[in-house]
Ligand binder design. Structure first.
Ligand code: GDP
Ligand code: MG
Length: 447
């Protein structure tokens, strides 16, 4: 365990609330807590007590002592659950710092847990991601990472790499001896297997990375299909200009919505049509570009369409592999005749004017974005993970590219070493101090 000073922070959100939790971690925490409470604290026993300063009661609450290494940080830790007022909390923090604690930096508790080997880097990040999760799928994926599923997958590849490297490096020491044909075979196979495993991990990580941000929905349709009106109805504010003049919306208009706790970014676009107007053409190009980054594309059709075929949809959005598409029949307050849907995509009916169909549409969105899109996501990936996986992928591909022989063996060994380093950076087994500081500084204070 790393010896360190004692840190303190409020672990609950700032502001007024029923309860405020103050957390101390480090060698002096028990002494500080016992001085303030006048009680003898026993590990894992909740002790009711007050905080007394100069014979005045500042707060009354519950003290809990977690003796290291059986605590979150791995050090001695004490939590005080008191009343949730900002002045009370500040006063207690002040008293604790006066007795020798230091105010914690953001993420410092998690950083200590990492440094003391209680969690790896992916688990530490998952704690922060769980707190910031913007959907139920993100919560599930963050918990998967927190339980170590992501790290397990990375570590399993690393352990195969270590076995292979040990065997391969043995040959480097004897450059005059030929490598047995069966060893050449075994090495090539092992390299290909590792490459396949890394490929799979890259794929899952790309899926998992989508969960780390708001879901992107793009509205697409011919001019006047009702896109801007739908954005306004969902946002409950006149964000986009609505007129019956085709070509009114020219730039992308984005709005963040919160539906049942799910963060959604919805983008209104210029209607797709052929036009000679330079500004409108640029708007259409932007609309098409926005489609590529979407988690869900919604194609809007009004009464001008009696039927929708796969071609109709393809004319609007082209071919978008792997991006879910939904169809919306708009303005149902003025035309009741159902549209004949000949596509494989679901069709919903809405009126932005009367609000009819909007609650069902919202529920459908939730289900689609929360459950369907990311149902199989095994973990929540960050940009940092994607970068390291990309490097691992490049190096293992380079290793795979060589024909295994005495002349190439040290090049292969070097590629494998670099692959392993890239993977180890994900779990933090091989990470610079600068990187650690930048990761933990994005955490909340008290976490
Ligand atoms: N009756 C009715 N009119 C609508 C509805 N949604 C849009 N409109 C009208 O259709 C026209 C085009 O709407 P707009 O939202 O600007 O379409 P956009 O070009 O796709 O953005 C406007 O005159 C709107 O008032 C609706 O639900 N019901
Ligand atoms: Mg518009």
């Amino acid at each position: 365990m790393i010896r360190s000073d004692t840190i303190v922070a409020s672990a609950t959100a700032p502001g007024r609330g029923a309860i405020s939790i103050i957390r101390l971690s480090g060698p002096q925490c028990v002494q500080i807590a016992q001085t303030l409470s006048g009680k003898l604290l026993k590990p894992r026993i909740a002790t009711f007590g007050s905080i007394i300063s100069q014979s005045e009661v500042i707060d009354t609450g519950i003290w809990i002592y977690f003796a290291g290494p059986h605590s979150f940080t791995g050090e001695d830790t004490v939590e005080f659950q008191g009343h949730g007022g900002p002045v009370v909390t500040q006063t207690i923090l002040h008293l604790m710092t006066h007795l020798g604690a230091r105010l914690a930096e953001p993420g410092e508790f998690s950083q200590r847990a990492f440094l003391n080997g209680k969690i790896d880097l992916t688990q530490a990040e998952a704690i922060s991601d769980l707190i910031n999760a913007s959907s139920v799928s993100a919560v599930k994926a963050a918990n998967n990472s927190l339980q170590g599923n992501f790290a397990d997958q990375v570590n399993s590849i690393i352990s195969h790499l270590i076995t292979l490297r040990t065997q391969i490096e043995a040959h480097i020491d004897f450059p005059d001896e030929d490598i047995e044909p069966q060893s050449i075979n075994a090495f090539s196979l092992a390299i290909t297997d590792i490459k396949t495993d890394i490929d799979k991990l890259v794929q899952s990580a790309h899926e998992g990375a989508k969960l780390n941000r708001s879901a992107e929905i793009v509205l697409i349709g011919e001019p006047n299909a009702g896109k801007s009106s739908l954005l306004n109805a969902l946002a409950r504010a006149p964000l986009a200009i609505v007129t019956d003049i085709p070509g009114t919306t020219r730039d992308l208009i984005r709005h963040e919505l919160l539906i049942d706790g799910l963060e959604i970014r919805i983008t209104d676009t210029a209607g797709i049509r052929s036009t000679t107007d330079i500004i409108e053409t640029e708007g259409i190009n932007r609309a098409i570009k926005a489609l590529q980054a979407a988690d869900l594309v919604l194609c809007l059709f009004d009464e001008r369409h009696q039927q929708i075929s796969e071609d109709t949809v393809q004319n609007l959005i082209g071919i978008l592999p792997n991006i879910p598409v939904g169809l919306l029949n708009t303005k149902i307050d003025i035309h009741r005749k159902p549209i004949n849907n000949q596509t494989r995509y679901p069709l919903l009916e809405v009126s932005s004017k009367t609000g009819e169909g909007l609650p069902e549409f919202r529920n459908w969105l939730l289900e689609k974005l929360n459950l369907t899109t990311h149902a199989e996501t095994p973990f929540l990936a960050r940009q940092r993970h994607l970068e390291h996986l990309k490097h691992a992928n490049l190096h293992i591909k380079a290793a795979d590219h060589h024909h295994v022989a005495v002349e190439t063996i040290d090049l292969i060994a070097e590629d494998l070493r670099l692959t392993q380093n890239a993977l180890s950076e994900i779990t933090g087994r091989f990470t610079s101090d600068d990187l650690l500081t930048s990761i933990f500084s994005t955490f909340c204070i008290g976490k």
